[in-house]
Write a protein that binds this ligand. Sequence first.
Ligand code: ADP
Ligand code: MG
Length: 494
Amino acid sequence: MGYPLKKTSLNLLVMKMSDATAVRQAQLGRFTDRLEGLSARLQAPSPVETGQLVHLSGMRLEVAGLRSPIGSRCQIWGKVPVEAEVIGFHGDRLVMMCEGSAEGLRPGAIVEPLEGSDRIPVGPGLLGRVIDGAGRPLDGFSPPSGEITVPLQGAPLNPMDRGALEKPLDVGIRAINSLLTVARGQRVGLFAGSGVGKSTLLGMMTRFTEADVVVVGLVGERGREVREFVEDSLGPQGLKKAVVVATPADTSPLMRVAGCWRATAIAEYFRAQGLNVLLLVDSLTRFAQAQREIGLAAGEPPVSRGYTPSVFSLMPNLIERAGNLGSGSITAFYTVLTEGDDLQDPIADSARAILDGHVVLSRTMADSGLFPAIDIEASISRAMLQITDGSQQAHARQVRDVHATYQANRDLIAMGAYRAGTDPKIDLAIRHHKAVHDLIEQPLDQPANFDSSLTRLAQVSEAMEQDNGPAATQMPLQQKPVETMPAPLAPATR
Ligand SMILES: Nc1ncnc2c1ncn2[C@@H]1O[C@H](COP(=O)(O)OP(=O)(O)O)[C@@H](O)[C@H]1O
Ligand SMILES: [Mg+2]
């Protein structure tokens, strides 16, 4: 009796168990369906997030409804589309700056983020081209083709991966090659007022250097100057192995700053190919001034002569990107405007501290018609001791010393107040002044390679040493008092 009953309950139990399994299977099925649905929704392109223009004053814009990060770019739909960059935020509003003119924008205009705006296309097709800060062609040809994209602001580098300054770079300028030797990977400032010959000197370097590629960043120049630089200073010969990124003074501060970053990113691309790149930025002062405009629009406080803190933090970021990496190098020259010998200029001050040397152009020399007007007394290459041999250093010291003596007594000599024979050192300096002048002077169309520069330096220095002129016999140069020796070149800081 008990057995069939037992069998029934067992059947019931089995039925209940299979019901439970079916329920569980159904639940699992629904769960898998939901997961699949979610994954499909995740993979589907999400609708583009847009914001609205709610405030505009000058070039400063405020946008509500967007959460784009600092440095990203957006398009604002006005009469014509206007591009803008996020430079800060204020509560839930983004603070942006227009890249071009804000004309035609109206309240409530739609603001749409631009994807991939922090990377730029680069490739060998850039050689020989003149482009603007946004990479658009300025030379009338089609847009340069890019091979790959690289980050505009550069990838962070481990300082330990950087190569030391070891080999000299022939820049094709005699005074620099011989007396202010520049190392591959060195960062040098070219300090001068306006109209002293900075652009002309950069043009000569572009044409004469042994570097494989020259990248020129023209920032904040007048439009006419860009054309003059490309056509006259560079010429077709210089342009062949050069890339020019030009952002004249009439472009927005964002564009001028972007021009500097872009020139540096292009130089980094060629360095990554194992090439020796010469990067010429004219000028760092205009970069700083453009960044000041951006900083002030973003609401930063002015801290030094109206310059905002971001200027002083971005300048080292820009300059640090030059240097040696792997088998390639970026040797960089940054021009710095020093009007009226203003020693208080915070940009010149800060640049002097970050750079590995400075070449100073003298207005007095330029006024007297001596070009390139390189003031060898005021200039210094901090890498020189590491990369030159003892004999070149001795010759350079000799020439610098004789030149310094002449300069110190220059007014006396010019007035005729100095009586020959009074001081043998001054007599020697007078006799060799012309030779030093000729060592510095270099016509626009004459390159001076490294070997010829050193030979010329040795000739001038040896002639000084062997000079036993009537007034020089009592005190040969070899026994010069210590205090008249020029200050030793400071060792490089890295
Ligand atoms: N090497 C040179 N030889 C002759 N003249 C020069 C030389 N370098 C500069 N100059 C003169 O100086 C002027 C200004 O030069 P530029 O290079 O434009 O100066 P900057 O860029 O410092 O304003 C030129 O127009 C030219 O007359
Ligand atoms: Mg110039």
